[in-house]
Ligand binder design. Structure first.
Ligand SMILES: Nc1ncnc2c1ncn2[C@@H]1O[C@H](COP(=O)(O)OP(=O)(O)OP(=O)(O)O)[C@@H](O)[C@H]1O
Length: 555
């Protein structure tokens, strides 16, 4: 099943795989010719029949050079192919994860996903590179060597099919143990990732609470666990290849003992006996190598099945279907909306709400009552359990999901900023160098968000790098950048979820004043408890689980 999954991806690189197969085949032929030629040369030397020795020697050198050249070429070709498969896989998993529903991201730990997308896929890549580069040639060489051994001396070579099933059973047993260890190793490695990720994000709190030592001990435990499991795995793997090679070499010695009788009886020439021995020796390396690949496959198998299970998860619906609306007027209606997060008490129980185009609505209500959840439903991060949400009279469930979301300028409670410049954070993925209008649009957004003064005080202005999550900005400055991002797009509907909660009072009042003009004709939903923002609203609505009450003027 997992091979099928990999083959689906590898198929796109048929030409490269064909080239690798060709090079591998030629390389194996050259490798297989070497013991025969070497046997002839040594046999000739021993028996003193050196008439045609020069020619055989040249052929031997030619075969050696060909084997080396072909091995280099096939290694390069297989690295290129495996890296392209890996790149395809990386892009595929990124695309898939970014199109998964919000519920998936809220459930899954990001450390777990990160480990899969980086460390595990990296391991898979090195497994693929080694396997593609070496496994086919090892198989061909081993198979070829067995055939030649049979041709030279079928009675002695009969040992091989007797040893093979034993080898197979041993590999199966070791493989099972390795698979269990690989699973444990992966869990331990994810814990290292997740702990490091969480601790780095928590550095200010760790320092403020002087809990460096506690966190250091916790991290140290996770890395030591990972080390112990990785070492157990490495110890087993270290045994496989040399032990298999040793058994094969012992078998070759047994062959030598049997062969010497054949030599004494004159059945076999010294050249044939040498060739036989060299082929038996040739067999040990690929058999050992294949055993090692089998061990590594046990780890890769786990990664493949996890990749497969993520890639087979259902994507968020509405990406490839649904109506694509024009710019909305901004009329929003909720009809008897019920919603419950899985495993939690109900949040919304039959909510009704109408918002007219161009209206500015303030939503207030107790903590945890469901205001942000209502926004998540509007953006279709979640679908209501029952009831309907309409935009301009159209059920939002029937719209193409991104065209729906583009109607909104959403500013969440916590400013979501990335490590880049202020301007990049405002343009957020749009190519701001492609046209001059974007510079003007950024300047306008910055002015409206009351971010102009603080940005112009920075030596690099809009080009200032703000660090991970905007760490080099104050809370209020970060909020201004997040607000400017929404204003830059100029959508017909704004959702400001406590978007100015960290503004100082003067800036908030200035924002409210400027926005009255700038947001004219736009529908604006402000979630707030702040008087200045409440004053901006046409209506103030208090949200409770089952009703929205108009409290305009009462607060
Ligand atoms: N992803 C989630 N999974 C499970 N429960 C959640 C999730 N997000 C929110 N909740 C729960 O749903 C309820 C409503 O949360 P919500 O964030 O909508 O409240 P809110 O009214 O915006 O609160 P606040 O004023 O504190 O921001 C809370 O009880 C919260 O614990």
């Amino acid at each position: 099943m997992t091979f099928e999954f990999l083959w689906q991806r590898a198929k796109q690189f048929r030409a490269e795989l064909l080239l690798i197969s060709g090079l591998t085949l030629l390389g194996s032929l050259a490798t297989l010719a070497i013991p025969w030629l070497a046997g002839q040369v040594i046999g000739g030397m021993v028996t003193g029949q050196s008439q045609s020795l020069d020619q055989t020697l040249y052929l031997l050198i030619l075969a050696l050079v060909a084997m080396t050249g072909l091995s280099i070429l096939s290694t390069i070709a297989s690295s290129a192919a495996s890296l392209r498969i890996l790149t395809g896989l990386r892009q595929e998993i990124y695309d898939h994860v970014s199109l998964m529903p919000m519920s998936f991201h809220e459930k899954r730990s990001s450390g777990d996903l990160l480990a899969l997308m980086t460390y595990e896929v990296g391991n898979l890549s090195s497994f693929l590179a080694t396997t593609l580069a070496t496994a086919p040639s090892m198989l061909l060489t081993a198979g070829g060597a067995v055939i030649v051994l049979f041709l030279i001396n079928p009675y002695v070579a009969v040992l091989i099919p007797i040893l093979l099933p034993l080898f197979f059973v041993a590999m199966k047993l070791v493989g099972r143990r390795l698979r269990i260890l690989a699973r444990q190793a992966r869990r331990a490695e994810v814990a290292v990732f997740a702990t490091a990720e969480s601790d780095l994000a928590m550095i200010p709190a760790i320092k403020a609470f002087a809990s460096e030592e506690d966190h250091r001990t916790r991290y140290s435990k996770t890395v030591l666990t990972s080390q112990a499991i990785a070492f157990r795995k490495a110890r087993i793997r270290a045994f496989i290849s040399p032990i298999v090679a040793l058994i094969s070499a012992l078998a070759a010695i047994a062959v030598l003992a049997l062969g010497s009788t054949a030599l004494a009886s004159g059945e076999q020439s010294p050249g044939e006996l040498f060739a036989f021995l060299l082929y038996a020796a040739l067999l040990t390396r690929p058999v050992g190598g294949l055993a090692d690949i089998y061990g590594r496959y046990q780890t890769a198998r786990g990664t493949l099945s996890r990749l497969q299970s993520v890639l087979e998860m259902e994507l968020e619906s509405g990406h490839n279907s649904g109506i694509t609306p024009d710019r909305a007027n901004g009329r929003i209606e909720l009809q008897n909306v019920h919603f419950t997060y899985p495993g939690r008490p109900a949040v919304l129980c039959g909510l009704d709400l109408q918002i007219q185009p161009g209206e500015i609505i303030a939503l207030t209500g107790d903590n945890g009552v469901g205001k942000s959840t209502l926004v998540k439903l509007l953006l279709r991060f979640y679908a209501p359990d029952s009831g309907q949400i309409l935009l301009d009279g159209q059920d939002i469930g029937a719209l193409q999901i991104q065209s729906l979301r583009r109607q909104f300028g959403y500013v969440p409670q916590r400013a979501l900023l990335f490590n880049g410049t202020i301007a990049d954070n405002i343009a957020f993925g749009q190519d701001r160098h492609s046209d001059d209008n974007s510079a003007a649009a950024i300047a306008r957004a910055v002015r409206l968000a009351q971010a102009e003064r603080f940005i112009s005080d920075l030596p690099q202005g809009l080009e200032t790098e703000i660090g991970d999550h905007g760490i080099r900005l104050s809370g209020g400055q970060g909020q201004r950048v997040a607000l400017a991002r929404a204003l830059y797009r100029d959508p017909p509907i704004y959702i400001l979820d406590e978007a100015t909660s960290m503004y100082d009072l003067d800036s908030e009042a200035a924002f409210v004043e400027d926005c009255i003009e700038a947001l004219k004709g736009r529908t604006v939903i402000i979630i707030t408890h702040r008087p200045a923002s409440l004053a901006l609203a046409d209506r103030v609505l208090k949200v409770s689980a089952d009703a929205v009450t108009d409290v305009t003027g009462a607060l």
